[in-house]
Design a protein around this ligand. Structure first.
Ligand SMILES: Cc1cc2nc3c(=O)[nH]c(=O)nc-3n(C[C@H](O)[C@H](O)[C@H](O)COP(=O)(O)OP(=O)(O)OC[C@H]3O[C@@H](n4cnc5c(N)ncnc54)[C@H](O)[C@@H]3O)c2cc1C
Length: 446
């Protein structure tokens, strides 16, 4: 009897999630075709400006390690050991991220990371990458993707056994599923957008700020952050209200921009010689949270990464979560083979409540980063967390540590953190309650 032909997958989107999923599928012996609307980033830098960097941590690293890529990616990264806070008066305060030396997050160029993944996908021998083809729609019942050639406008179709929608927050694959009966969909834009600015390297490629830190200028209501690049530069990102009196839209002239930055980020201005060019050239990006359900259609289509659950970038977890999706989905496919519908359903069951929890965490961290990182209460709470962790390492683990330096499911981490704090509050309240009882008892005896 002839061996069964391996199932064929079409992956829509060769971004971070799509490229890693293609590697997992290719290594598992599936036949994979990836369709990406952009040009091949290995031969073209046309993607609307410079590449930004992002922070990769434990979930991402473990998902890369499972396909033998963690070391290569970490070699391209700059470890960041903590936050470097910049006050309005230029004072610096360093807050380590973790409780151990290994607790670092890794700044890596998005473009370099993407290219490494694409190369690894091709190396599996089972993945064909097709660039410049935009997915225009999907026939969900037959797993047929309609693609349009970006240069010629020529239309064609690609048929497979299943489609992976890894086409980002504005996923066309998801939009097709949104037409289904009982498909839940929710999107919320943040009133803040972001704009990227550059802090170039100093003479001889020197870093002009501490390189092993994520720099934050928290200003209550908005903030500037900067992550290091390997060439000695930093990519700075301003998160700011898009509209209103004190907003990106209100800075119309060069003088407006110079005055505002000098007032708000005086120590950063001398490091940004191209501030004005960057400000007027770089578009303001928007930030959206997306939740939807279900993530799959029968055994034919499944969503992963931002297509299923776009989150705000403030916990530095969007790409990490997309990578973890790839690991979990590949485990589900292996565990339930050849039943893809079971595998897709299990994938959603394992991930959905966790990425919902991540969406909440990401919003909460925005408020924490812009408003609280500079406050005394915040610093005290973080110190207390670390102290408690040192005293009871197995019983008290800070939430940030669980989210960033472990693979504890996000929802479980949130629940555990709540439980821990409840116990701490009870423990703190016990002596007070005992004192009060003693006082009342003494009074009652008088
Ligand atoms: C400012 C900012 C900072 C961030 N920082 C971090 C961070 O520090 N750490 C972190 O973990 N995450 C971070 N993120 C989040 C992270 O970028 C995303 O979560 C991650 O890129 C999601 O990967 P993805 O593959 O799902 O989507 P994407 O990376 O968006 O990839 C989608 C791909 O699909 C392609 N595509 C789209 N539509 C079509 C179509 N119709 N046909 C064909 N192809 C299509 C796109 O061109 C793209 O290549 C940040 C996000 C932002 C906005």
């Amino acid at each position: 009897m002839a061996a069964a032909r391996p199932a064929k997958f079409t992956v829509v989107g060769a971004g971070l999630g799509g490229a890693l999923m293609a590697i997992y599928l290719g290594r598992a012996g599936y036949e994979v075709e990836v369709h990406e609307r952009r040009a091949d980033p290995r031969v073209s830098q046309q993607d609307g400006g410079r590449s930004i960097n992002l922070a990769i941590s434990t979930r991402g690293i473990e998902s890369l390690a499972a396909v033998g890529l963690a070391d290569e990616i970490l070699r391209m990264a700059i470890p960041m050991r903590g936050r470097m806070m910049h006050s309005l008066h230029g004072e610096l305060a360093f807050q380590p991220y973790g409780t151990e030396a290994a607790h670092v997050i890794n700044s890596v160029s998005r473009a370099d990371l993407n290219i490494a993944l694409l190369n690894a996908a091709e190396k599996t021998g089972n993945v064909r990458l097709v660039f410049g083809k935009r997915c225009a729609g999907v026939d969900l019942d037959t797993a047929t993707v309609s693609v349009t050639d970006v240069d010629t406008g020529k239309k064609s179709t690609v048929r497979a056994d299943a489609v992976v929608g890894a086409d980002g927050a504005f996923s066309v694959v998801r939009q097709q599923m949104q037409r289904l009966d009982r498909f839940d969909y929710e999107q919320a834009y943040l009133e803040h957008g972001y704009k990227e600015l550059t802090i170039p390297a100093g003479p001889d490629g020197r870093f002009l700020l501490e390189r092993h830190a994520l720099h934050i200028w928290p200003r209550g209501g908005f903030m500037l952050i900067a992550l290091p690049n390997r060439d000695g530069s930093f990519t700075a990102t301003l998160f700011w209200p898009l509209e209103g009196e004190d907003s990106a839209a209100s800075l119309r002239t060069e003088a407006d921009v110079r005055r505002y930055f000098a007032e708000m980020f005086p120590d950063a201005v001398p490091l940004m010689p191209a501030l004005i060019e960057d400000w007027f050239r770089n578009p303001a990006g928007t930030l959206v949270t997306i939740r939807c359900r279900p993530w799959h259609y029968r055994d034919k289509v499944v969503l992963l990464g931002d297509a299923g659950h776009a989150v705000l970038p403030f916990y530095g977890q969007g790409a990490n979560a997309a990578f973890e999706d790839c690991l979990v989905l590949s485990e589900c496919l292996a565990a339930h083979a050849p039943d893809r519908e079971q595998a897709f359903a299990r994938f959603q069951a394992l991930r959905k409540r966790n990425t919902d929890a991540l969406a909440d965490l990401s919003l909460a961290n925005f408020v924490e980063m812009r408003d609280h990182t500079a406050s005394r209460t915040f610093l005290l709470a973080r110190r207390l967390e670390k102290g408690l962790h040192r005293l009871f390492p197995a019983r008290f683990v800070p939430l940030y540590t669980m989210v960033t330096f472990s693979r504890t499911p996000y929802a479980e981490a949130v629940e555990r953190a709540r439980r821990q704090w409840r116990i701490v509050k009870l423990a703190a309240a016990a002596p007070v309650a005992a004192g009060l009882s003693l006082l009342l008892w003494r009074r009652s005896r008088r």
